[in-house]
Write a protein that binds this ligand. Structure first.
Ligand SMILES: [Zn+2]
Ligand SMILES: [Zn+2]
Length: 308
């Protein structure tokens, strides 16, 4: 699995029945991205053998405690593990004030750079992109998607960039210079030995780019469907069962069937539901209600990894 997410916490609000609060780690070709950091996330790293030193980026969806109370402790532990590599932190603006106070009174000095970027800043200025890119490199783009919740809240979309074409080695003319190989990978025709060679005769299509979207806390919200469109894997909160639809609406959360409806309408391939209320010891009912609407649904079970 080159692109997958490992669930570290699936409980809403507080730990329940052995389930921890929200956190998951996305692995893209061995680079780790942490999404939310509920209390106890560090212990989950140990339990599920996550190499936390490989985490280069942390994204915090919003400031309800079940999504970030583990953050200060984790940053401290990185310091005590002699981390020197910079850590990119994307979180609500107030996070900086909170961490500064925590570190001030705990006499904590981090020995590695934390590159903090308030998510709000990506929505400022003109023209404001609807789903701005928080971070990107040659392979991957990570965008913020506004959620509808009782606090400012964002989901995160991990979108692979179009892959280079694959060269059919057996068909290559001998001694082709490197710049022409590069052109072939980028889909261009090439000139060689006074003739034009069509790209398709020497290459095949690259792997289809994959997309993973993490929708943290949100009420049922059709406005975000276009941002989720065609996701290979969608994580959507499903705090309640259908009989609690009104409570879900009041508390700005979703039911399992609503999560499934969003997955269906946005034509996602697979759905993961999580953020389960502490009122449910067993989760089968939530799964059944979601699968009735969107069969390709799975429970975000702690310790399990789900391929994008
Ligand atoms: Zn929550
Ligand atoms: Zn919340």
């Amino acid at each position: 699995m080159n692109f997958h997410t490992t669930i570290l916490g699936s409980s809403a609000a507080m730990p329940a029945f052995g389930r921890n609060q929200t956190s998951q780690v996305v692995n893209h070709h061995d680079r780790l991205f942490l999404l939310d950091c509920g209390e106890g996330t560090q212990l989950q790293f140990q339990k599920y053998k996550i190499r936390s030193s490989k985490i280069g980026h942390i994204f915090i969806s919003h400031l309800h405690g079940d999504h970030w109370f583990g953050l200060a402790g984790l940053l401290c532990s990185f310091g005590m593990s002699d981390r020197t590599e910079p850590l990119h932190l994307f979180a609500p603006a107030a996070t900086l004030e909170i961490l500064t106070l925590q570190f001030k009174y705990s006499h904590t000095v981090l020995q590695y750079p934390v590159l903090f970027q308030p998510i709000e800043d990506f929505f400022k200025g003109e023209p404001t992109p609807e789903n701005p890119i928080l971070w990107e490199d040659n392979d991957l783009q990570i965008k913020a998607i506004p959620m509808k919740h009782s606090l400012p809240c964002w989901g995160f979309s991990f979108e692979e960039k179009p892959q280079q074409r694959k060269i059919i080695k057996e068909k290559l003319p001998p001694n082709l210079p490197y710049p022409l190989l590069h052109d072939l990978k980028n889909g261009k025709n090439i000139e060689w030995n006074n003739e034009t060679i069509a790209n398709e005769s020497l290459t095949t299509e690259g792997a289809k780019p994959k997309k993973y979207v993490f929708c943290s806390d949100t009420v049922y919200n059709e406005a975000m469907i276009h941002a989720l469109a065609g996701a290979d894997l969608l994580y959507h909160e499903a705090t309640y069962m259908e009989d609690k639809t009104i409570a879900a609406q009041d508390r700005m959360h979703s039911t399992a069937a609503q999560a499934a409806s969003i997955a269906h309408q946005s034509q996602c391939k697979k759905l993961l539901i999580g953020h389960f209320s502490a009122r449910y010891r067993e989760l089968d009912g939530l799964l059944q209600e979601a699968q009735a609407v969107f069969p390709a649904t799975q429970l975000a079970t702690e310790g399990e990894s789900f391929e994008v």
